[in-house]
Design a binder for this molecule. Sequence first.
Ligand SMILES: NC(=O)c1ccc[n+]([C@@H]2O[C@H](COP(=O)([O-])OP(=O)(O)OC[C@H]3O[C@@H](n4cnc5c(N)ncnc54)[C@H](OP(=O)(O)O)[C@@H]3O)[C@@H](O)[C@H]2O)c1
Length: 363
Amino acid sequence: MSAFSFRVDREDLHKTSFDSGYVGAIEAPLKKGEALLSVDAFALTANNITYGVAGDQIGYWQFFPQALPWGQIPVWGFGTVVASDVETLHVGQRFYGYFPMASHLRVEPGKVSPHGFVCQAEHRRALPQAYNQYSLATPELGFPPEEDRMRMLLNPLFTTAFLLAAQLKDAEYFSAESVLLTSASSKTAMSLAYLLNRFHNVKVVGLTSKPNLDFVQSLGVYQSVIAYEALEQLSVEPAALIDIAGNSAVRARLHRRFADQLRHSSLVGITHYEAEPGERVPLPGAEPTPFFAPSQAEKMIKEGGQDRFRAELAEQWAGFICHAVAWCDLKVVSDGAGLERVYRDVASNPSPRNGYLFERASG
Ligand SMILES: NC(=O)c1ccc[n+]([C@@H]2O[C@H](COP(=O)([O-])OP(=O)(O)OC[C@H]3O[C@@H](n4cnc5c(N)ncnc54)[C@H](OP(=O)(O)O)[C@@H]3O)[C@@H](O)[C@H]2O)c1
């Protein structure tokens, strides 16, 4: 498999195809200021499916444009420069960042710093900077190769959890005694539960689907875990809701159960993307507010500086990887058929233990 581009139908994420015209596109000569990266590896989780679900609303289809009805879902991974018409970017350099599910990516690096570059391609300029940034992935800059797999799979989700934990702390937990997390089995939720449990003095309650109850309990980061069906048994106390499932029926039941004791309600994810949309009626308790990780990161960096942000994140991440290796079951594929299979698995709710990775076979 030397060149490929995997696409999904924007209107029906279960329909997929490989773009047969892609080889010509990557063989076209580079323009001045462009470089070509081979995509070496990437991870797939429900987060990527959400990029597809919210593709129009948040602009995720614009990163790697495709002719309709197709769209290319972004993934986090590593790529290596294979051709460059940028003086300061060299063949063989490896970068971590946002890639298409494809064999190659053309970038327009603009200014290259010792840490990497921001892609300046016209169609990406208006999109959040966090997604246009490519970090030079050397061990000296914090990318030891033995961490590659965990980084692709968990670091974007852990970073979101780090930002959520900081937001909660800044707001003094909105005077809540417990933090309720839906889709408690998701990697984003368990990262947040880990951080709250380890560094914050607040009770963490996980809500999950019945088949995932045992797994979530076994993680040891939630003080209590309950199935969605049983949420009316939760004791009512001042609480903050971090909604990762995005299931409006579950959210409405939680708001009704906690009513004015629900001090904060944050809309973080949409893992239950196929759940029926609920009625749009005002809910008791705090007004649900969207959370967008890049915006919170920009705020924190502005307030505390880039160096402090990087150092705190790196320190907490190091502890989390040790926790994650104990429960994570990596599933690695390296060809088109495998990628298609893995995508279908991720889109249809596999075991939360699984960590899906694509790694291009060398040679
Ligand atoms: N707002 C932001 O800035 C931001 C940043 C990062 C991530 N997120 C969001 O956080 C969410 C979690 O992402 P992740 O990568 O951590 O997820 P993940 O680990 O892949 O989550 C897997 C879990 O999600 C639920 N799930 C997945 N697919 C499902 C389906 N088809 N039907 C029903 N439930 C399903 C199940 O949890 P349960 O059985 O426990 O419900 C499943 O165990 C995503 O929606 C992502 O976009 C948001």
